[in-house]
Design a protein. Structure first.
Length: 175
């Protein structure tokens, strides 16, 4: 990674949030810089997935942010003010268990990681090159033209990771 990649940060200060009056995050503060590896641990229902969603710019409909000294931010800019597509230029978020409703090929799914880089949702030849490059780098060429519904759970996870890497984010959040 170059120095520019190491200069980015995700942070939040004294965040408290709840679902239906039940506190899920209490006075949480966190700063993570590009190039660092951080691990969130805790029991089921303790807010790990909720925090990752917030850090990626996704606010669950039923979540109420009770207080925060600073909202989740990327390089000091509140993530929610960036908009989802612009935030995705910097932050890739792989949710815990994604179910696909469409039987796309692995290549098609990896290519969707490039969406934030598109103009009006139209993929460029560079986007296709990046997707194919990630597929090759991960040794997934044999899966590239297979339909997602024909793959094992482990193969699908590899394709999801490839999609996140094709996004070329500054930060990668894995739930």
């Amino acid at each position: 990674m170059d120095d520019e990649k190491h200069s980015h940060s995700l942070s939040v200060q004294n965040l408290s949030a709840s679902y239906g009056g039940t506190g899920i995050l209490r006075n949480l503060s966190l700063t993570v810089h590009s190039g660092e590896i951080a691990c969130l641990t805790g029991p089921n229902g303790s807010g790990k997935s909720t925090l990752l969603s917030l850090l990626s710019g996704i606010v669950p409909d039923t979540l109420r942010i009770d207080s925060a000294d600073t909202m989740p931010s990327f390089d000091g800019t509140p993530i929610l003010s960036l908009g989802r597509k612009r935030a995705a230029l910097h932050i890739a978020y792989m949710i815990q268990d994604e179910q696909s409703a469409w039987n796309y090929t692995a290549r098609d799914i990896v290519l969707t990681g490039r969406y934030a880089h598109t103009a009006n949702g139209i993929y460029s030849s560079h986007d296709y090159d990046v997707a194919d490059g990630v597929i090759a780098a991960m040794g997934l060429e044999a899966l590239a033209d297979r339909r997602i519904f024909s793959m094992s759970g482990g193969e699908v996870q590899k394709i999801r990771i490839a999609r996140a890497l094709a996004q070329e984010p500054d930060m990668l959040l894995l739930d």
